[in-house]
Write a protein that binds this ligand. Structure first.
Ligand SMILES: Cc1cc2nc3c(=O)[nH]c(=O)nc-3n(C[C@H](O)[C@H](O)[C@H](O)COP(=O)(O)O)c2cc1C
Length: 185
């Protein structure tokens, strides 16, 4: 997918690699995309929304119910706006919620409303990644037609070595550029 002039929602969940999403949002912008950020509450413990707001020039989507105008329904508005959604890092939690259709915050509700391609970029400790429940959820998501980028292998911030690292932001951008989706370009 050519990212130039595309509307991209970057979903950020509460993984230790959330700091890499800051670089990812910059790289997406460099490719010509307009980026909006949807964060989970837990992600804000790891990166401040103000960082993303300053870099993207747009308020971070956090709460479904925190609007000045109650007539605007944020998850629908954003779903209509988006050409692509990428969730990086994607926690084990968001994978599980998405696989089950749980919609209890802005990001998980948005997932159900999207009509554009959605790419999950999981990142977690290798023991979590190896957990059969997580693997089952990844399979469910792929079977449903979502894209799940395989995690990188190596030293993990949470200790240990193995698959579960968030791929470098440059690799994520390349992966998105190689997406083949109907009407994407
Ligand atoms: C410091 C810290 C780092 C974490 N890193 C990860 C991680 O890399 N991947 C993951 O799946 N969960 C990680 N967790 C656990 C998630 O934050 C937790 O499952 C949370 O409920 C996820 O919520 P969210 O998906 O709504 O953001 C971490 C927790 C803490 C306290």
């Amino acid at each position: 997918m050519n990212l130039n002039k595309k509307h991209v929602i970057l979903g950020v969940t509460g993984g230790i690699a959330a700091y890499k999403s800051v670089t990812l949002s910059r790289l997406l912008q460099k490719e010509g995309a307009t980026v909006r950020i949807a964060m989970t509450r837990n992600a804000t413990q790891l990166v401040g929304p103000l960082t993303f707001e300053t870099l993207t020039g747009y308020p971070v989507g956090l709460d479904s119910f925190a609007l000045e105008s109650p007539s605007r329904i944020l998850h629908i508005e954003w779903a209509e706006w988006a050409d692509l959604c990428v969730i990086a890092p994607a926690t084990a939690n968001i994978l599980g919620k998405a696989a089950c259709g749980i919609a209890d915050d802005l990001l998980s509700t948005l997932i159900l409303a999207l009509k554009c391609p959605l790419v999950f970029v999981p990142a977690m400790h290798h023991q979590m990644w190896a957990n059969p429940v997580v693997q089952r959820n990844v399979k469910i998501l792929r079977d449903l037609g979502y894209d799940v980028m395989p995690p990188a292998e190596g030293e993990l911030a949470s200790g240990g070595t193995g698959p579960g690292r968030l791929p470098e932001p440059e690799e994520i951008v390349r992966y998105l550029q190689n997406l083949k989706s109907e009407g994407a370009d």
